[in-house]
Structures are given as C-alpha cells and as structure tokens.
Design a protein around this ligand. Structure first.
Ligand SMILES: [Zn+2]
Length: 590
C-alpha cells in the first residue's frame, strides 16, 4: 500500500502548520513568524519560528526544521504514514491508499493469508471447540465475523505446510507466525482462538491467540516484526473506525475479549493496547481519531500502576482540545465481565464518571507524602518537577505549575525553571548543530545562506551568469543542485526544494535562508547573490592556499592533508604543480 504523492501535496496544502504546531505548543506572533519554545532542545527563550506563508518551521538554536510532516514525525515520534494520517484527520480527509505492486516485505500478505486460513478453520469442524467457547462468552457469529476471528488448529506445521508452497522460507520466518529451532520451522500459534490485529489501513499485521482450556500462557501475541510494533498498534481501532469515521470518543481497554464483549453489548468504540503499557504513540494515535479518550483499568494496584505509566507517556503530547479520562473498575471486574453482568447503561455511567487526567495526576502528587509537613510538601514538589518539565504544551504546563504551587505551598515556577530537563525528543548529538570550527567556514556558511535567501525570494536569479563561476567544480555541487531546481521551475515551492536536498548540513542552511526576515529588492538580491558567490569561491580558494602554504613551510595534520587532497582532486583540470603535490601528499612525503 502506498499514499499517492498528489494526496501528500494536497494535505500539506490544506493543513496549516501554524494550526498543527499551535495545537501542541503555545505560539506567539512576532514579525512575519510565529514563535515558540523549541520542543527539540532544552529551550529557555522562544527559538523556534513557524512561518505560515512558507508552511515551514525552523529552530535557530538546534536547527530542527521542515514542514508539518517533519514536525509531527519528530514531535510525536511517528513514522511517515502515521504523520500523514494525523495531518489528514486534522483536516477531515481520509488517506486514499493505493495498492502497490512491490511491497517491501511479504509479512502482511502472509498474515492476511493466515487470517483466511484461521477463519476457515473456525467455521469447519476443527473449530467446534472455539465456537463453543465464544458462545459461552456470549459472542455471536456476527461479532466473530466482524472481528475476523479464527482458529489455529493444534499441530506443529498446519499453517507452515499450507504457506510453504507459496512463499520462501525467509519470508515465512519474517511474518512472525512461526518459530524456528535447529533448521526446523513450526507454527507459533497452536490450538488457539485467533484475534487478527489490523493496522489503520485494515491490513492484518499480527495476531493474538487465546488458548482453549487451561494451558499457559493464556494469551500469546505475535512477536514484533518489520510491519508490527506493539507500541504502535491498537486492536479494534480499524474496526471501530469502519463503523464510524468520526468517532467522538474511544475507550482503551486491556484485552481482546474486552473489546469484543463491549462491541457485542453495543459499545462499539473500544480498542485494546496489546499486552503492553499505553505508549505515547498509542496516545498520539487515539488523539488523532477522537477528542475524548477513556482509559479503563482494573481497580487494583496493577491497574493504578498501568494508569500512571499512561500518564507519564501522555504528558509530553498533552493538548487542550483532547480530554483524557480514567476509569477504574471495581475489584474482580474487567470491562468484559462488567458489561456482561451490568449492561451497557451501567458501563456508560462509568464513562460519565471518569476521573479526569489532571485530577488523577494531581491526586498522585498529593499522595507522595504528608502535605501537612514542609518535608512532605518539598518531596511532592520534587517528584512533580520532571513530570511537569516533560509537558511541551506551555499553557497546560503553566496551569499545572499553578496547581502544584498551591498544593505544595511554594514557588513551584522557579523550581521548574532551575530544573529544566532535556526534552524527550532532544536531537542526538550527531543531529544537533555542530559548532563551527573556524572563521573560514563561518564565512562560507553565511555566503551559502545569502545565496539561498536570494534564490528563494527571486527564483529567476537562478539563471544569472554569476553561477558560472562555480560550474565544473564538484565542491559546489550542492549549490548547483539547488540552483538547478529553480532553473527548471521558477515557481517551485521552497519546501519541495528543501525536501530534495540530501545533505543535512545544507538542509539546515537552506532552512535558515527560508526563515530569513530580510526583504530584498530584486536588485539587492542580485548583488547579494554575486557578493556571496564571490566570497564563497574566494573563501574556498583561500583555504586551499593556506593549506598549501602550511604544507610547504610547516607541519600539516593528517586531516588537513586529506582536505588539501580533496581540494585538488575536485578540480576539473589539474596543473603540473597540482599533480606533484598530489603525489607527495599521497606518499606522505613531508
Ligand atoms: Zn531547537
């Protein structure tokens, strides 16, 4: 499956980056840009600019940059498809997936095929015991069919024997449906009622299997594969959206049978996290499709712990426009048993009486220690600091700071600012801006930004003869590539040029130019372009001369030796002097 590029252009066009960022982080308009605290580095003053005209964001400190897709991918840690889904749902569009002939892996195809085999097996005499089990649990044939439930027969190679003629052994092993031991392959699921897990596109990517009878483990899930990550998928989400594309609320429960029992009893918007804690990716996905999210847990200690884990994971991406509430079931009940015993209305009553996210959060803070004592209040404040720091939404963060200040009776705001932590999505050192090593490269950087700024504002300048000075020199290839984009199409959108630049460093410089607030006249742009090209070329020449000088009269480091070699090698034509120097440099004869 793939997404047509025309659709990607369409949502980038319809979704407004100011809205996308603004729903997550407080933005303030200043000059041509909106500004906010950058969520990608430890920011003290607003360093991130979001530009509505260019539909682009850029951080002047850590150089994080890009369009709405880039922002979402990084902020909510999403893959490309999930970022597109989020954008599409924000403007009320459905992603039109197209069948792609070449899939990167056969895993989904094999899982789909297995689902068909399991389903047939449930309908045949093999599945009689499983059907009885479902009937005893009050699940109708219609519900079983809606969730595509199936049955994995007992035996070591039932599924394997059916799939082997069609697929290669490596593909089969990659599907997550088999185990291998000493060259022998056998079925992972045996004698189990099978629950297919579908991704948001409706493709079967994994299974859960429940044992019939008393064996252990009661539930078994597919292992993680290239196409299935349990921290990302929610059982029942595809099915809930099949019935209603504009869901008002979603209920997160623990198990497959909870989702199915709720559905059977008329509550058709439940999903299950798959034997794992509720992750930030889950929360992000839930917020995409509904504005009210209820999370149901058992009322015991384990349930409370799981709820708290969900709180910690949700804090960084909290939003004002999405409500999250918790439901704790009475001892001994899960949603399945609860709705079967007390019915739909009683269950809906539970939803109505949910404990809000903030209430649950603050009650936990209050329980840290005895708030009647100074020590207790300090301890509670200390506990809250890293949690509050992880909230990226500034408005919500302020609200929590005030609440905690009054609970702990101290100036919590000042504690927060002196304890600011690195945010979760802080760039890895390699991605972060590297300090410039010398003034020469700083000059070169400035010159490149100047050239890009002129081109972005006046794309026609790409045809100017000034660029001839850098032709035939590989060292300037990155500049020529950008120039070419504008020569080919002077109407090209800057964010598309950005998308096509391969080097991260050049991308950063291009972003800097894109967010530049200088407004140039065409005449000024041309002279800036010429000056910058000139100074850039000169800077490169100077560097070569400096290195040669150093080589001739002084010691040269191995890094400098390589740099000088590169300078010479990249020339279109070599002089005799260059040739000699090159030979000497390669033979290390100093
Ligand atoms: Zn930053």
């Amino acid at each position: 499956m793939s997404i047509p590029s025309s659709f990607i252009d369409q949502i980038l066009d319809q979704a407004d980056i100011v809205d996308i960022v603004g729903r997550r982080i407080q933005l303030n308009k200043k000059g041509q840009n909106f500004w906010c605290l950058c969520p990608f580095h430890d920011d003290k003053k607003p360093s991130m600019a979001v530009n509505q005209d260019k539909q682009f964001f850029y951080c002047f400190v850590c150089n994080a940059s890009g369009n709405s897709i880039h922002f979402l991918r990084r902020y909510e840690n999403l893959d490309f498809v999930d970022a597109i889904e989020t954008l599409a749902s924000s403007v009320g569009l459905e992603v039109p997936y197209t069948k792609q002939v070449v899939e990167e892996t056969k895993a989904k195809e094999i899982n789909e095929e297995a689902n068909t085999i399991y389903k047939n097996s449930l309908k045949s005499s093999d599945g009689a015991e499983a059907v009885t089990y479902l009937k005893n649990r009050g699940i109708s044939g219609e519900t079983a069919a809606f969730f595509n439930l199936g049955f994995a027969k007992d035996g070591w190679t039932n599924l394997y024997d059916k799939l082997l003629p069609k697929y290669s052994k490596p593909d089969i092993l990659e599907s997550g449906l088999f185990s291998a031991k000493e060259e022998k392959v056998f079925d992972f699921f045996r004698a189990r009622l099978m629950f297919p897990i579908r991704n948001i596109r409706g493709q079967c990517v994994a299974f859960g299997g429940r044992i019939l009878g008393d064996g252990e483990p009661k539930y078994l899930n597919s292992p993680e594969t290239k196409t299935y990550s349990k921290s990302n998928e929610l059982f029942g989400l595809y099915e809930a959206r099949e019935l209603n594309k504009s869901l008002d609320s979603l209920i997160v429960v623990e198990g497959y049978m909870d989702v199915i029992a709720l559905h059977q009893n008329g509550v058709k918007n439940a999903v299950a996290s798959l034997g794992t804690a509720i992750t930030a990716k889950h929360v992000s996905k839930l917020m995409r499709y509904a504005k009210n999210i209820y999370v149901a847990f058992d009322g015991d200690l384990a349930g409370r712990k799981a709820a708290w884990k969900a709180v910690e994971n949700a804090l960084p991406i909290l939003r004002e426009d999405v409500k999250i509430g918790f439901i704790f079931l009475e001892e001994g009940h899960d949603p399945d048993s609860y709705i079967n015993e007390k019915g739909k209305d009683a269950f809906n009553k539970l939803l109505e009486n949910n404990i809000s996210f903030s209430k649950f959060f603050l009650s936990k803070i209050k329980k840290v220690d005895d708030l009647e004592t100074i020590e207790g209040r300090s301890k509670a404040a200390k506990f809250a600091i890293p949690l509050i720091n992880s909230i990226n939404n500034e408005t919500l963060k302020q609200a929590y700071i005030e609440e905690i200040a009054s609970i702990c009776r101290l100036d919590f705001a000042s504690l927060i600012s002196s304890n600011a932590q690195k945010p979760r999505n802080a760039p890895a050192p390699s991605e972060a801006a590297k300090p410039e090593e010398n003034s020469g490269s700083l000059l070169a950087r400035k010159a490149i930004v100047g050239i890009f700024t002129a081109l972005i504002q006046y794309p026609n300048l790409a045809k100017d003869r000034a660029f001839e000075s850098i032709h035939n020199n590989e060292k300037f290839l990155f500049l020529l590539e950008v120039q070419n984009k504008y020569v080919e199409n002077s109407e090209i959108n800057a964010s598309i040029v950005f998308e096509q630049i391969r080097s991260d460093q050049i991308k950063r410089l291009f972003s800097e130019a894109l967010m530049s607030e200088i407004e140039l006249t065409e005449e000024n742009a041309l002279s800036m372009l010429k000056d910058c090209l000139h100074s850039f070329v000169k800077n490169q020449k100077d560097r070569e001369e400096i290195l040669k000088e150093k080589y001739n009269v002084d010691h040269i480091s191995s890094a400098e030796r390589r740099e000088l070699q590169q300078f010479i090698l990249k020339k279109a034509e070599l002089s005799d002097e260059d040739r000699v120097l090159l030979t000497n440099l390669s033979s290390k004869r100093d």
